[in-house]
Write a protein that binds this ligand. Structure first.
Ligand SMILES: Cc1cc2nc3c(=O)[nH]c(=O)nc-3n(C[C@H](O)[C@H](O)[C@H](O)COP(=O)(O)OP(=O)(O)OC[C@H]3O[C@@H](n4cnc5c(N)ncnc54)[C@H](O)[C@@H]3O)c2cc1C
Length: 547
């Protein structure tokens, strides 16, 4: 039995979420084993937008440069183009610069990056593998597990040889995707809409693509025919590879090779040369797991929630999950986490997933509003100045409608844990949840705001390992009670005195306790009457402050 057969944390599934969890645990010094039934090769990259919050985590992990330097060309324009065909009429356009030219939003030291899964997964893998206490095992499939009060015994199989073995773990985390075996064995159901559309994705190679039409380079082309929105094409690697998606409907359909070729030629508006590299038939869903755990088994990522990719919130939400989960695993394994801590994972993350899957479907409905709400008038596809005017009007409406999907920092950055049992409310009313816009707040439960410090760091650079007690302003209380209570319970905590007025402006209180995941746990102008109670609530050892 090698050391990977006995591990504190067994992670099942090395997609981006499992890889990120292995990396984050490794970064925390926690040993773990990540198993993956496949070989890690990605035939069909799914995600390609690494959101701004995920980039903030990459910054924390010291790998933001790796993502920036990924080979998706920085100067490839990221326009969204709405059109009847590539050699047809343009209806509207949302211009975006190449990723090298996009600025960071004022609320973040990072910006989103266009880096597809076949570039991003290897980055996360390299990060995870940089820690000797992280073991990655490919060709290793989970087939079953049993749990007792003390731990898990998992059965795994080598898919090729069929050889089986067992792995003992303190915790088992299912990051094994939408069809999660971990979730199924735990008996956890999913609720929502299991079939929004039956969609076919086709990766094709066409180095000459931009020169075959007059619409220029862009990231995403959305095609509107007489039946409404029917197809999208995205520039998957900013070079020779593209992904066509035949959007489909809720009716089950399996597009044939002939359908695929006909769709490609209809989109181009003429015959052209291309190679089909891979085809993936998939179902767009709106589902959230009814529970995120069963005893020592927890789920994250697509295993816990499935949404339409409209809004790029799938993997990005999954990575938020594991950042919430990872420090809690560390806390319980190191002994300073209370018995209520693991339950706070579901309390914090499941409401975020419900909001996310719903918003993603709303985006899909907007994209498909051309099918029902406002079907295209016949003139859209005709020549002439009268038709031009109708096209302009229709295109302006659709461009405006689609804007919701391109600007979603209210989701990428604005998710909050207002009602969490391990967050200490400060009595202020919750600000409204935003969609396109994002207003920073240091209200307990929120992502701690980014402010540039005089030494060139971001406030976010202070967070990650352990709790941080911010002492803001020259006359901030010493916070000795909190420091002492944390020390008494073995809770890692550092004190950060900052006198930049901009930080106090953003955080609004002189003492702010920030959790290891970068969310605010508590804030006030004075020390709490009993700091031990505060520390017990935020480490999950006492009932919530509001109960
Ligand atoms: C067309 C499309 C575009 C998308 N674009 C974006 C985007 O831009 N941004 C974004 O954030 N999201 C996007 N998404 C969603 C995103 O791809 C998923 O949310 C993400 O891949 C989920 O990651 P995961 O690691 O949870 O699961 P997966 O990526 O599904 O990985 C699960 C892994 O578990 C392995 N596995 C399964 N069962 C077992 C087992 N029993 N034992 C061992 N291993 C097992 C699988 O082989 C797989 O490697 C998109 C999705 C689609 C379909």
């Amino acid at each position: 039995m090698d050391s990977s057969n006995n591990t504190p944390v067994l992670i099942v599934g090395a997609g981006p979420v499992g890889l990120a969890l292995a990396g984050d645990l490794g970064w925390r010094g926690i040993a773990c084993t990540l198993i993956e039934k496949g070989d890690g090769a990605i035939e069909q990259p799914k995600m390609d937008l690494v959101g701004v919050r995920t980039m903030e985590f990459c910054r924390r992990w010291g790998i933001a440069d790796w993502v920036r330097d990924a080979p998706y060309p920085g100067d490839y324009p990221q326009d969204y183009v709405f059109l009847t065909a590539l050699n047809g009429y343009e209806l509207g356009r949302e211009p975006f610069p190449g990723r090298a030219f996009e600025a960071c939003p004022p609320e973040s030291p990072q910006k989103r990056e266009r880096v597809p899964q076949d570039m991003f997964d290897p980055i996360l893998k390299r990060f995870a593998q940089s820690f000797p206490h992280v073991t990655l095992r490919y060709h290793c499939e989970l087939t079953g597990y049993e749990q007792s009060a003390n731990g898990i015994t998992a059965t795994v199989r080598a898919p090729r040889s069929g050889a089986t073995e067992t792995i003992a773990a303190d915790y088992l985390i299912g990051t094994d995707g939408g069809g999660s075996t971990v979730r199924e064995i735990a008996g956890i159901g999913m609720s929502g809409n299991p079939a929004l559309t039956y969609t076919t994705n086709v990766i094709f190679r066409c180095p000459d693509f931009p020169s075959l039409h007059d619409k220029g380079k862009g990231y995403r082309f959305i095609f509107i025919g007489p039946e409404g929105t029917w197809l999208t094409i995205v520039a998957v690697n900013g070079a020779d590879r593209f992904r066509m998606s035949v959007v489909g409907t809720p009716d089950k359909v399996s597009h044939s090779e002939a359908d695929i070729r006909a769709a490609l030629e209809r989109a181009m508006g003429r015959d052209f040369d291309y190679d089909v590299l891979s085809v993936m038939r998939w179902v767009r869903r709106e589902l959230v797991a009814d529970s995120y755990s069963s005893g020592r088994v927890l789920i994250a990522g697509d295993a816990a929630h499935l949404n339409s990719p409209t809004g790029a919130l799938g993997m990005n939400t999954g990575i938020q999950d594991i950042v919430d989960l990872s420090w809690k695993l560390e806390a319980v394994l190191r002994g300073w986490g209370g018995e209520r801590l693991m339950a706070s994972y579901e309390a914090e993350r499941r409401p975020v997933a419900i909001r996310t899957v719903t918003a993603s479907t709303e985006n899909l409905k907007r994209m498909l509003s051309t099918r029902s709400e406002r079907p295209p008038p016949p003139e859209l596809f005709q020549d002439g100045s009268e038709a031009d005017a109708i096209r302009k009007d229709y295109g302006a409406w659709f461009t405006e409608t689609m804007r919701h999907e391109w600007f979603m920092n209210g989701f990428h950055l604005g998710y909050r844990y207002d009602d969490s049992p391990i967050v200490w409310p400060d009595g202020t009313p919750p600000p409204p949840l935003e969609t396109s816009t994002y207003t920073q707040t240091a209200r307990p439960g929120a992502r701690a705001p980014h402010v540039w410090l005089a030494d060139g760091r971001s406030t976010l650079d202070l967070y990650g390992k352990g709790f941080v007690l911010l002492r803001l302003g020259v006359d901030a209380p010493a916070g000795e009670g909190i420091v002492g209570a944390a020390k008494a319970r073995g809770v890692p905590l550092t004190v950060a005195p900052l006198d930049e007025p901009a930080v106090l402006d953003a955080y609004q209180r002189r003492l702010v306790l920030v959790r290891p995941d970068g969310h605010v746990a508590w804030r006030d102008d004075v020390e709490p009457a009993d700091p031990a109670v505060l520390i017990d609530v935020v480490r999950g050892a006492s009932p919530s402050a509001s109960s």
